[in-house]
Design a protein around this ligand. Sequence first.
Ligand code: KIV
Length: 266
Amino acid sequence: MRKITVRDFLKKKQKGEKLVLLTCYDYTFARIIEDSGSVDGVLVGDSLGMVVKGETDTLGVSIEDVVYHTKAVSRGLKTPLIIADMPFGSYQAGIEVGINNAIRLIKAGADAVKIEGGREVAGLIKKLVSFGIPVMGHLGMTPQYKNIFGGYRLRGKDRKTKERIVEDARVLEESGVFSIVLEMVPESLGREVQEAVSVPVIGIGAGRYTAGQILVIYDILGLYKDLNIRFVRQYANGYDIFRDSIKKYAEDIKEGRFPGEENVFN
Ligand code: KIV
């Protein structure tokens, strides 16, 4: 399979083909995603702060963290588009800071970067696109704004917020994004945003009418137990499978069943 590009994202949306995205943070999972042959885009998300580093939010993630994980992920992928998240603090201090950090992510192996926010990041997005860096937007419940929102809450319930999100989506499209992640909003708003822009909207808890969907890989595999999120569908009980395997390994050692004949050098 050939490498998927940002142009393919638009083409797939125009053909009515749903876009499939997942997050990923390391080489081994990247190899599994590649082998599945079924994922269009992989996000090295700042959710790594929670699922990899064990923090309670994404705010502590540094540009160095995302560079490190992007390098690992990019070694395991040939086909999906690789998008690296711009973490909190990597672009807020000015356009120049944002440009320098986006360049670091591209050099680490990303094909595109993702930036949270609406009209306030439009200037940065225009600059990045003008320098050849594709940008994915992120609207709705943007986790880097959790201290303003008062936690991880459904966004876009009232008319004012709804209108702002739709207008921000238009601004992001005009600024040159190739796609927009829309997180945790009512399904009707997910539909409205997708109808307001021609670029594919990638929903996460944004209902059934967006051009694509994204989830955190540890969530679909049932590995991350700290949160119970309504918009997640779990496809494996990874946590229990891994815990029980570790228990069996310990039992085998204690009972003298491991190493076996096949594991020793004669
Ligand atoms: O960081 C992340 O994983 C994300 C997705 C949940 C969209 O931003």
